[in-house]
Design a protein around this ligand. Sequence first.
Ligand SMILES: C[S@@+](CC[C@H](N)C(=O)[O-])C[C@H]1O[C@@H](n2cnc3c(N)ncnc32)[C@H](O)[C@@H]1O
Length: 281
Amino acid sequence: MADQRADPTDELPTYARMMAAYHEAFEPELRRVVRGVPLAPGSRVVDLACGDGSYTRWLAERVGDDGEVLGVDLSAAFLHWAEAALRSASLLDRVRFVRLDVEHSPLIEGRADLVWCAQSLYSLPDPAGAVRRMAALARPGGRVVVFESDELHHVTLSWPVEIELALRAAELRAFQERSDHPARFYIARDLPRVFREAGLPGCEFRSFAFNRQAPFDRPTRRFLDEYLTDLRDRVSPFLDPARREEFAELVAPESPRRLVDDPDALVVCVDHLAVATREAG
Ligand SMILES: C[S@@+](CC[C@H](N)C(=O)[O-])C[C@H]1O[C@@H](n2cnc3c(N)ncnc32)[C@H](O)[C@@H]1O
C-alpha cells in the first residue's frame, strides 16, 4: 500500500482498490483481530485514518447500541465510501465520520476508551507523534491500538525464492527512492520503539498470519491481482531485465506461468498489532 498523504481535493489513492480487496479477501481473519481487542459494550472508540471504514464498522459491531465510534480521515473520497458502506451495514446510530487531519485535529482529549489506527502510520509524517496524539485522545486507562503491516514482509507467495529476494531488494530501493524516511514502510517491526517514544513503553505486540491456498476464491484472486500489479509497477524500474521479464510472466493474465492460476499456489499475509494502555492519572 503506497505512501500517499490524502489529497483534500480529493481522489481515491491508487492503493484504495487493493486495500478494499484485502479487507474482503481476509474479512474473517481481520474481524477476528478486531474481536480480540479489549473493548466492552458501550465503549467510545476513535478510528484514526479510517479509510473505507471497514474497521470502523467492525469496531461498531463490538461496542453495541450504547457505544459510539468516530471515524476520522482527511480524504473526502474515502469518507464518502465509508459512509455508503455504513448505511448498508445499518450501524448509523452508533458511528459518525468526520473529515480531519489527525495531526491537527480538534478532537476532545481524554475521552475515548479505545483509539484505533490501522495501516496508516506509514503514511503520516511523524508516527510517534501520531501515537502520542492517539494516547492524548484516550481516557486514563483507555487503550491505544495500532494494526500495521511491514510492507517488505506483508505478502509472501509461493514463487521462486530467487524472484522473491530480487523483488524485496527492488522494493527496498523503490522505498528509498520515494522517501527520505523509507523505514516508515516497514514500521511494524518498530512499533515497540514508536510506542515508547510516544510515551507508551511496554506495548503488547502480537503478529497474525492469514493464508489462502489455491484454487483461490474470487476475493483472494482480486486482492492478488491488485497486489501484484501494484508491486510490478513499483519494483520494475529496480529489477534487472531478466528478473523483470520473469516477474512479468508470473503476473500477466495470459501467461501460462501466472501465479494465481498455479494449482499449488499459497499466499500468506502477516499483520501486527500493538496495544498499550494510557496510564491512569
Ligand atoms: C492505507 S490507508 C488505511 C485506511 C484504513 N485505516 C484501513 O486500514 O483500511 C491510510 C489512510 O490514512 C488517511 N490519511 C493520511 N494522512 C492523513 C491525515 N493527516 N489525517 C487523516 N487521515 C489521513 C488516508 O486518507 C487513508 O484513508
